[in-house]
Write a protein that binds this ligand. Structure first.
Ligand code: DUT
Ligand code: MG
Length: 593
């Protein structure tokens, strides 16, 4: 698997995102140390009770004469237990609070990063994978802050405090107990090497399963049309099972190591019994100390047992954070130039392509070659050509969705890469080839680009795009909810709403990518009429296949394999008797020409 490098390590990255909550987090860490220390004081008091009042030389006399001290010791034990419970409670709350705020912050940053990414990014990443990054992966990160770190601190503070206490009682006894630790550390290290890749794999399987679910849900119409439900269910079942099996396999890795760790941990009480017993007989250890060793030996053994679990979770965090950091530190390539010009005013809408060539990053051949043409403000330029010849790619260069490989795209005489992206794109109204509407009201969809426009304007733009009639017939008119949920629309209806949405920003450049392809001839004609009578200045670039649309354009560009094959007005191109002429003959019937 490829290894990505980031400017910060995982832990530094977490720390960065804890800003504002770092103090609370450190307090929480101390809280963990505190409640673990409390836990150790219980055996300390019980050692005192045993030595002074139960098993010591003067136990009976002490009990009779020093009843107050006895009660005080018992009272301390109860008091500390209650206090400990309160500290644990507050501590968990603090971890939860910090982890949730890290989660909230990182999720927002990731969404922001995803929103501002280039078109290229969306070709590269699958939706299901991105969804996994903002859900499952983030949860692993939350778990790291809220649980794993706490467990690590707990394990270390318990061990350290116990060791300090043990050493203070009897150094040699403690060293005997510690003899087992190196074996455990070696086992955990081997485990980490084995389980790391499993978690990375597991995370990929989860993303795969999510992608499969997402594609099936959003593409369910296609599944239905091809009666592929059973097949898709089977496919999903496979990826579900694959995920589940990988999950089990990952857990199994630990099960393989567990017996060794468990045996090592279980050896400790045996060592205590043999070595401690000997020391006890020799008088090098008091009975009370033996009780304290015995009562606290779990505080050495349990953290060792826990190490496996902690390592498992740590590896899960590693796999997930690598995925999230990839987005977190990703930067769009197409951004404002550092010295971008500030042009808040409305552009005039002059467009010029100068020797523009373009190739997709992953493409083998250039999609556009040496494209040169000019559209004066207010003109209409029609672009025609066979499917796949590069029409959509061409218009995507105007709002700078992609950068030309060579040549220049100018708007108002200035290269588009000199504008601030926001200012450039605000001047462009685009109706894309595959229409995507939002789960919102029709009104909300039309006003998507400018939510401040008045109801009257929404109505006007719907009228321009010949949508008002069918909208009036919808159950709740402009308030009807469309899109994912709510009422469905026909292809042509969707196109007309998308046209109204593009018009509603009153763009100086209107780009229509086959926007009227699903609309009948008569309606299309009316749309073309209203486009000529817009109440604002607007240059129109219209990709269309119908002669009725192109006929009235100021300029027609015929693309062929990414090259301008013909360019001119309707009359000029007919006179050339080329592709356009043939198309006119085909569409209108020979006698009309
Ligand atoms: N292409 C890519 N990557 C993309 C989009 C398109 O490699 O993300 C290729 C496919 C095609 C060429 O670029 O061979 C031109 O595609 P474009 O979408 O520009 O073609 P079109 O003229 O708009 O075709 P259509 O009439 O089918 O919309
Ligand atoms: Mg296209």
């Amino acid at each position: 698997m490829e290894k990505k490098t980031f400017p910060r390590t995982r832990i530094q990255w977490l720390w960065d995102n804890m800003k504002g909550k770092r103090f609370l987090f450190i307090v929480a860490l101390f809280g963990t140390v505190l409640y673990n220390a409390f836990q150790l004081t219980i055996p300390f008091f019980s050692q005192k009770v045993v030595d002074e009042f139960i098993a010591g030389e003067n136990a009976a006399a002490n009990l009779a004469n020093n009843r107050d001290r006895f009660l005080m010791l018992i009272g301390m034990m109860v008091g500390i237990t209650v206090l400990r419970a309160l500290v644990v409670y507050a501590d968990c709350m603090a971890y939860e609070h910090v982890s949730q705020s890290v989660l909230y912050k990182v999720r927002n940053i990731l969404f922001h990063k995803i929103e501002y990414q280039d078109m290229r990014f969306y070709n590269e990443y699958r939706t299901g994978d991105l969804m996994t990054r903002v859900t499952g992966d983030l949860d692993a990160i939350r778990h790291m802050v809220a649980w794993v770190v706490r467990m690590i601190i707990e394990a270390f503070s318990l061990m350290t405090a116990t060791l300090v206490y043990f050493f203070s009682m009897n150094v040699r006894m403690t060293l005997w107990l510690m003899a087992i630790a190196p074996f455990i550390l070696i086992i955990i290290r081997v485990f980490r090497i084995k389980v790391g890749p499993m978690h990375a794999l597991l995370r990929e399987k989860l993303a795969g399963m999510n992608t499969s679910a997402q594609e099936n849900i959003s593409g369910n119409r296609v599944v239905k049309a091809f009666a592929r439900e059973d097949y898709e269910i089977k496919k999903f079942d496979e990826s579900n099972r694959d995920y589940s099996e990988t999950n089990q396999k990952t857990q199994m890795v630990w099960l393989k190591f567990y017996p060794y760790i468990e045996s090592c941990a279980n050896l400790m009480p045996v060592v205590l019994m043999v070595v401690g017993g000997t020391y006890l007989i020799r008088g090098e250890l008091t009975m009370g100390q033996y009780v304290a060793f015995s009562g606290l030996i779990w505080a050495l053994a349990n953290p060792m047992r826990m190490l496996g679990n902690i390592m498992n979770e740590f590896q899960r965090f590693s796999a997930a954070s690598a995925k999230d950091m990839e987005i977190y530190y990703s930067e769009p390539v197409i951004v404002d130039a550092p010295d971008a010009i500030d042009k808040p005013d409305r552009l005039k809408g002059e467009i010029e392509f100068k020797n523009v060539s373009f190739k997709f990053e992953d493409g083998k051949y250039p999609v556009l070659k040496n494209i040169s043409f000019k559209a004066e403000p207010g003109q209409t330029v029609a672009i025609m050509g066979e499917t796949g010849c590069g029409k959509t790619s061409l218009i995507h260069l105007i709002p700078r969705f992609y950068e030309p490989t060579s040549g220049e795209v100018l708007v108002d005489g200035i290269n588009v890469n000199r504008y601030k992206l926001r200012q450039l794109r605000k001047n462009i109204g685009l109706a894309t080839q595959d229409v995507l509407l939002y789960s919102d009201t029709i009104d909300g969809n039309i006003a998507f680009g400018d939510s401040h426009i008045s109801k009257e304007e929404v109505l006007k733009f719907a009228r321009y795009s010949q949508a008002s009639e069918f909208i009036a017939k919808m159950p709740e008119g402009y308030d009807t909810i469309i899109g994912e949920r709510g009422v469905g629309l026909s292809g042509g209806q969707k196109q007309r709403i998308s046209l109204a949405r593009a018009l509603a920003v009153r763009p100086s450049i209107l780009i229509l990518d086959d926007t009227t392809s699903a609309v009948d001839m008569e309606t299309e004609k009316q749309i073309q009429n209203s486009l000529r009578k817009l109440d604002f200045n607007c240059t129109k670039i219209i990709i269309a296949q119908r002669i009725s649309t192109t006929k009235v354009a100021d300029k027609i560009i015929v693309l062929k394999d990414g090259v301008i094959a013909e360019q001119g007005t309707h009359q000029e191109l007919i006179a050339q008797k080329g592709y356009y002429y043939e198309l006119v003959k085909l569409q209108a019937g020979e006698e009309v020409v």
